[in-house]
Design a protein around this ligand. Structure first.
Ligand code: NAP
Length: 257
């Protein structure tokens, strides 16, 4: 299927590793010009060092800081005069019971995961509105639906992303801009390394497909949401979880194997 992504300009946040790295590569492979943003240039070393597609613009910025985001988006517009696709992927995870959580920890999780999405959307929207075309694709989480213990800040921020995305989809629909979310389950990245090591088989037992997701599993779903083929999908969320808790006891299906 031709995804119609050739020549599009895509901005991907948190592109240094994990899902963001895979998304940036997949968009590059499809012919996009890719602006890859992470906290530092150093964090983008793996992506830059292995890039074998078209144009790539590495950007250092903290998505929680509106002036840094404005500057980064300004660089993209200076270079290519447009932003067609925004993938708000940057995120941080924190597991800590509320009774132990410091105010600044709560603030930081919400600032990166939720306000970061606001900052990036606000910065790219004038260009997308002018072009009367845009795709905004935001990272939510399975935690927004069924959170893990200790994830109150993270789950709240990711549930906020779902609600934010629906409101924005309504606001920018008249400009032919779609806004959707992807909901990863348990993908094998640094973010989930601790949980996978600690919970291992019991966590795998919650998945109908009984394997960890790979960043590329998510990246391919993001490609679809960015494509012309997804032009009538907005305000939606797509779960990429290997069938996490699709039934109450997915592990039981494996007992006779
Ligand atoms: P990851 O491996 O931890 O990678 C996150 C990337 O975001 C890192 O490159 C990190 O940079 C960057 N980043 C963090 N804070 C940033 C900031 N303030 N500004 C710019 N970049 C920042 O995470 P992942 O597993 O790929 O997850 C990607 C997204 O999917 C996140 O939003 C996450 O919440 C969501 N998600 C993932 C899973 C999963 O199973 N992996 C499940 C549900 C949701 P540094 O390396 O410099 O810190």
């Amino acid at each position: 299927m031709d995804l119609g992504l050739e020549g599009k300009v895509a901005l991907v946040t948190g592109a240094g590793r994990g899902i963001g790295l895979a998304v940036a590569r997949e968009l590059g492979r499809e012919g996009c010009r890719v602006a890859a943003l992470d906290l530092s240039r150093g964090a983008l070393g793996e992506l830059v060092g292995s890039w074998s597609y078209g144009e790539l613009l590495p950007l250092a910025a903290d998505v929680a800081d509106s002036s840094q985001v404005e500057g980064a988006v300004g660089n993209v517009l200076d270079r290519w005069s447009r932003v067609d696709i925004l993938v708000n992927n940057a995120g941080i995870y924190l597991v800590k019971p509320l009774s132990e959580m410091r105010e600044e920890e709560w603030d930081r999780v919400v600032a990166v995961n939720l306000k970061g999405v606001f900052n990036c959307c606000r910065s790219v929207l004038p260009a997308m509105k002018k072009a009367r075309w845009g795709r905004i694709i935001n990272a939510s989480s399975f935690a927004a639906k069924i959170p893990a213990l200790g994830a109150c800040a993270y789950a709240a921020s990711k549930a906020g992303v779902l609600a934010f995305s629906r409101v924005l989809a309504g606001e920018v629909g008249p400009y032919n801009i779609t806004v959707n979310c992807y909901i990863p389950g348990t993908i094998a990245t640094e973010m989930t390394a601790g949980a996978r090591a600690e919970w291992g088989d019991s966590l795998l037992g919650t998945l109908a497909l009984r394997r960890w997701g790979e960043p590329e599993d998510v990246a391919r779903a993001v490609l679809f949401l960015a494509s012309e083929a997804a032009g009538y999908i907005t305000g939606a969320s797509l779960e990429i979880s290997g069938g996490k808790l699709v039934v109450q006891n997915p592990w039981a299906a494996y007992e006779d194997l």
